[in-house]
Design a protein around this ligand. Structure first.
Ligand SMILES: Nc1ncnc2c1ncn2[C@@H]1O[C@H](COP(=O)(O)OP(=O)(O)OP(=O)(O)O)[C@@H](O)[C@H]1O
Ligand SMILES: [Mg+2]
Length: 229
């Protein structure tokens, strides 16, 4: 199957001062086929978020290659990366990262507007995405007027509103109780199945890993295990 994500020998060192550095990635390679739902697990500090940031164009490797849909992106100009990011990628974070002063509808339509969709169309798409995550009756609520699970569903709607090829999640269920976490996982799985969207989820939660097609384990900046469910 065609790989939508391909990482080759990625290295990333964070330098904090003279003789003070962390090798967060020490030569990591990974290929993800289109439509796969993958969990990345591993101890704290093993490089999971760093890897996700490099694959998601949020940061650049020191060396190695990142390919997305057959294009090499690690050396692309920042402006082009912004376009790739807003049109082809979606992100879901542990803390939801919604804008507190905006309604659910405004939070989601903003992502469409950033990607260049006109305001009216972006609003329609946002309404559709919110309906898809079961929040059609909460579009006028601000984040503080929604439960944690509902806020994360808004974040999912925002991540999928531009019909991205890949959705990245860094601990997307980290702030949620078990029942809500299951609900969010089921929802992402449904989107993955119905739209063929590729998901790459960093998680400490074994239930998230279990619901994925594949589990990649990291340790000390390297992939040490890679199993299909
Ligand atoms: N901006 C940064 N500057 C300096 N060091 C960093 C930076 N970001 C991460 N690190 C270091 O790089 C290593 C890998 O960090 P990373 O955030 O990728 O780990 P992680 O696997 O996501 O951990 P966690 O499960 O705790 O989120 C850690 O040792 C961390 O301290
Ligand atoms: Mg992390």
């Amino acid at each position: 199957m065609e790989s939508i994500i391909k990482a080759v020998d990625l290295k990333k060192r964070y330098t904090l001062g003279k003789d003070n550095f962390v090798d967060a990635l020490r030569g990591t390679s990974l290929e993800v086929p289109k439509g796969e739902m993958t969990a990345i697990m591993g101890p704290s500090g093993s490089g999971k978020s760093t890897l996700m940031h490099l694959l998601g164009t949020l940061d650049r490797p020191d060396s190695g290659e990142v390919w997305l849909s057959g294009r090499r992106i690690d050396q692309m100009k920042s402006g082009d990366l912004t376009t790739v990011r807003s049109e082809e990628l979606g992100f879901i974070f542990q803390g939801f990262n919604l804008i507190p002063t905006l309604t659910a509808l405004e939070n989601v339509s903003l992502a469409g507007e950033y990607a260049g969709t006109g305001r009216g169309k972006a609003k329609d798409a946002a309404r559709g995405a919110l309906e898809r995550v079961g929040l059609g009756d909460r579009i006028a609520h601000r984040p503080s007027e929604l439960s944690g699970g509902q806020q994360q569903r808004v974040a999912i709607a925002r991540a999928i509103v531009n019909e991205p090829h890949v959705v990245f999640g860094d601990e997307p269920t980290g702030d949620l109780d078990t029942a809500t976490s299951d609900e969010i996982m089921t929802m992402m799985r449904e989107i993955n199945k119905s739209s063929g969207t590729t998901f790459l989820l960093v998680s400490h939660n074994p239930e998230v890993a279990e619901a994925c097609d594949r589990v990649v384990h990291m340790r000390d900046g390297l992939i040490v295990d890679d199993v299909k469910n």
